[in-house]
Design a protein around this ligand. Structure first.
Ligand code: UD1
Ligand code: CA
Length: 456
């Protein structure tokens, strides 16, 4: 059995009030259309075809790498017209699955159930009962409860408008039937559109049964038409992800104040995450990691027993076992922190490695630097790595002690176990084991008096 999935994604999305095509708006950092694609690409023997149109160039630019066929619908003349664009590519023996590119939370299980219902004699339709069915196509059933057709709201009679069972737009149908019915569509209706929903009546006339099923939750089939709906589905999705993490053994201090915008590749046990933490991109977190409140971690690896304290930002970095970062620390891309390192408040580290047991505890900037093991970097130390044009490297040897308020003018090397006196500006390599300092001699002026205000 082969499947052709057609994702309808050509619509305009006027109510988003946006320059961005609707299907490129994001949930959990991922375009709506990519959510739909990722879900259905889990199906076996499936070829995905995407009908695109509005904002064609932008959509292609962002998503051209998807393994799918792209078919442009130049004018959006209705859902039936959209599917007609791929008619020639449909194999009559295939099952055709119709999805919407702006319905991002549909579950694979729901789709599989739908596909299982399709045959030569049966079309599978996903419906849902809504308190307020406004705007949706209504499912019309006969006295025996069998579906006879779908009527769009604008074409519905007074009694049909009262029907609460609505069409989600998602359906699965045998290819041969679909091809035949697509040929018969017309636009003689209130909106002058080619309605895909008209195939239901044709199916019934051809003695094909309409098998309806319903999703587990209404949120699964909600589309995004405005930013309020986008916001709602973002929260629904985030809560689902939070739930999954808790099932995998993570403690979330507050599941509604947690955001994952990406994927967790490795997840250890007994991780604790305080409120307002955002995890982005590809993340790995080891056992017993604790992440404090208000941290953002992007494309990074946090190893076992590490602790990220409140208000820290970590981007494309590695934090080794047992290390402690923050509060208020910033690790920028290409930073590799080894084991049992302490990086404290208001410390920024960029493109540097810090070896085991070193401490950079307060108010420092370390960039383009190789920091050895057991190094102590005093408060307010700065690697002066940039001359306005070029970047230069600093090396700090194992066991070195850098006094507070030191500037290391790169390129420069501090030898192993060297000590740098506080307040130094180091421009030349400093030898191992010695004390190096550059400091103006301290003087005291005898008999000096503070200026005082003159009396009038
Ligand atoms: C459609 C259904 C309606 C159903 C509703 C569910 C028809 C005629 N009506 O309504 O029964 O209750 O979905 O949301 O099918 N699209 C295209 N090209 C077009 C038109 C639409 O690609 O020419 C895409 C849109 O981008 C969207 C999807 O198809 O992803 C549905 O279009 P939309 O206009 O939202 O649905 P309606 O026609 O209002
Ligand atoms: Ca609509």
């Amino acid at each position: 059995m082969k499947i052709t999935t057609i994702i309808l994604a050509a619509g305009k999305g006027t109510r988003m009030r946006s320059e961005l095509p609707k299907v490129l708006h994001k949930i959990a950092g991922k375009p709506l259309l990519k959510h739909v694609y990722d879900m259905c690409s889990e199906l076996q023997n499936n070829r995905i075809k995407i009908i695109y149109g509005h904002g064609a160039e932008q959509v292609l630019e962002v998503l051209k790498d998807l393994d799918a066929d792209w078919i442009e619908q130049k004018q959006q003349l209705g859902t039936g017209h959209a599917v007609q664009q791929v008619k020639d590519q449909i194999n009559p023996a295939d099952i055709v699955l119709i999805l919407y590119g702006d319905v991002p939370l549909l579950k694979l299980g729901t789709v599989k159930h739908l596909i299982a219902e399709v045959s030569d004699k049966s079309l599978a339709l996903l419906t849902v009962n809504l308190e307020n069915p406004r705007g949706y196509g209504r499912i019309v059933r006969n006295d025996h409860g069998a579906v006879t057709r779908i009527v769009e709201e604008k074409d519905a009679s007074e009694s049909e408008v009262l029907i609460r069972e609505v069409n989600t737009g998602i359906m699965a149908v045998q290819g041969g039937h679909l091809i035949k019915w697509l040929d018969r569509l017309n636009n003689h209706n209130a909106q002058g559109e080619y309605y895909l929903t008209d195939i239901i009546e044709m199916a019934v006339a051809d003695h094909v049964h309409i098998a309806t099923s319903q999703p587990k939750t209404i949120d699964e089939v909600l589309g995004v038409n405005n930013r309020s709906q986008l916001g709602h589905l973002e929260r629904v999705h985030q809560l689902e992800q939070a739930q999954q993490l808790m099932e995998r053994g993570v403690t979330l201090y507050d599941p509604v104040r947690f955001d994952l915008r990406g994927t967790i590749e490795h997840l250890g046990l007994d991780i604790e995450i305080d409120v307002n933490v955002i995890l982005e991109g590809q993340i790995s977190i080891g056992n017993n990691v604790r992440i404090g409140a208000n941290c953002r971690i992007v494309d990074s690896v946090i190893e076992d027993n590490a602790e990220i304290l409140d208000h820290s930002l970590i981007e494309k970095a590695v934090v080794g076992q047992g290390s402690r970062i923050g509060p208020f620390a910033r690790l920028r891309p290409e930073t590799v922190i080894a084991r049992n390192v302490h990086i404290g408040n208001f410390v920024e580290i960029k493109k540097s490695s810090v070896a085991d047991g070193s401490k950079i505890n307060h108010l420092s900037y370390i960039g383009d630097c190789t920091v050895g093991s057991r190094v102590n970097v005093g408060a307010g130390t700065i690697t002066c790595n940039y001359d306005g044009v070029n970047k230069f490297h600093t090396v700090i040897g194992d066991g070195a002690f850098i006094g507070s308020d030191t500037q290391l003018i790169a390129p420069v090397t501090i030898g192993q176990n060297a000590t740098i006196g506080a307040g130094s500006t180091i421009t030349k390599d400093s030898p191992e084991n010695q004390l190096t300092l550059s400091r103006a001699k301290q003087v005291s002026i005898n008999g000096w008096q503070r200026p005082s205000k003159r009396e009038k």
